[in-house]
Design a binder for this molecule. Structure first.
Ligand code: ZN
Length: 189
């Protein structure tokens, strides 16, 4: 295991990514195109973990394996942005000097029953069946100074225009807060 994320909470969040078979500790969001979930876990005064999950469709427009150079390029571009431009997507105050110390971004298959079929026709379901991949990114972020009370801006919808709703779960040292926003969102840490 290459990660050294410290808290049990962070381990909980990473377990689904790294374990061969997790024990149904899936996040509680159904696979819904246009909706991504961001878990932010405060690990210490200057450290946090960000766990980002959402349908691959919302990041690069499709969910099957790339079948041509254009699709491959679209997937590569999206994953590169998620790997290399985290601080454009999650904008911390400049004076906090935040940096990503470790990260992992993968495309994975969610558990079959995570998929919300309610609004699909049978044809849509057939098309999707077995092809509902998700993008999962996890980032260890280290900053300078205390983060509590600082404002974090989340600009995912500006970089990935298929994303309509961002659901944020902030797991702070003393409290847990959750909220949805459309467009750029700002949260107080
Ligand atoms: Zn899907």
């Amino acid at each position: 295991m290459s990660y050294h994320l410290r808290t049990g909470l962070a381990f909980f969040l990473t377990a689904g990514l790294f374990a061969v078979c997790d024990t149904h500790h899936h996040y509680e969001g159904a696979h819904q195109h246009g909706v991504v979930t961001v878990f932010i876990a405060v690990d210490g005064p200057s450290d946090l973990t960000v766990d980002l999950r959402g349908p691959a469709e919302s990041f690069y427009g499709f969910e099957h394996e790339p079948t041509n150079p254009e699709e491959q390029a679209a997937q590569d571009a999206a994953l590169s942005k998620l790997r290399d431009q985290f601080t454009d997507l999650f904008i911390f105050p400049a004076d906090s000097h935040c940096q990503v110390s470790q990260h992992e971004v993968v495309v994975e298959m969610p558990a079959a029953d995570d998929h919300d079929h309610e609004n699909e026709t049978s044809a849509e379901h057939a098309e999707h069946s077995g092809e509902h991949r998700e993008v999962h990114g996890i980032y260890a972020v280290q900053c300078q100074g205390v983060l509590e009370g600082k404002t974090l801006a989340i600009a995912l919808t500006e970089h990935f225009t298929r994303i309509e709703t961002v659901n944020v779960q902030l797991l702070g040292s003393r409290e847990q807060r959750g909220f949805d926003f459309e467009g750029r969102g700002e949260i107080e840490l």
